[in-house]
Design a protein around this ligand. Sequence first.
Ligand code: C5P
Length: 231
Amino acid sequence: MPAEIPIITVDGPSGTGKGTVCSYLAERLDWRLLDSGAIYRVLGHAALQEGISLADGERLAGLAGRLDLDFRQSNGGIRAILAGVDVTDAIRTEAAGAAASQVAALPEVRAALLAIQRAFCRPPGLIADGRDMGTVVFPAARLKLYLTASPEERARRRYNQLKQKGIGVNLPDLSTDIRQRDARDEGRAISPSRPAPDAIVIDTTNLDAGEVCNRVVSLVQSTFHKLPLKN
Ligand code: C5P
């Protein structure tokens, strides 16, 4: 039997620090990183570009099946390349996030993206960032984390992130967007965003990024004994 490829899933809503924790872990463990949200964002972005309705499950699943998508490692992190065009910045807008959340509610789309996500699992290990990584995509993962934070704190973090990137937003609009996206992601019939029964939930509201990373590293060490960690 082939050796099990170790997987750590990190789920939870946006603004909880998942991205930071996942990049940190991928770096220290030298494992692959799956940013599943980026795949939903690329699909939403491609649908808007091609004029496909965000409610048309059949056409969106077709689009998902022929997505010419590549993730490339660069100095500034991972870049998303769609049909040869760098869409990394385009998919980070709130509009792309809202489009992602709409297409993500459709069962045909989720089914079409399942194999693409699972193909990321290769040795030596995988860090999977998303909403349903621990519940649906990698239910056998050895370590499952679910990050939460209060909606106010998450809106504040997103606001600072977007401002840093030079993307103009206002806090009240952002809070409304976040609440709408949460309601859709948590309330949808298929793969709602929720912790797996065996997930460890970490409330990051009063923790800074370093504290969350330290806590997660301790959990990694106690789950996977003798795993080499880079400094
Ligand atoms: O994580 P991120 O904010 O980039 O995800 C964008 C949207 O993609 C989420 O709001 C959610 O609707 C969807 N998503 C999902 N399942 C995942 C990852 C993201 O439904 N595993």
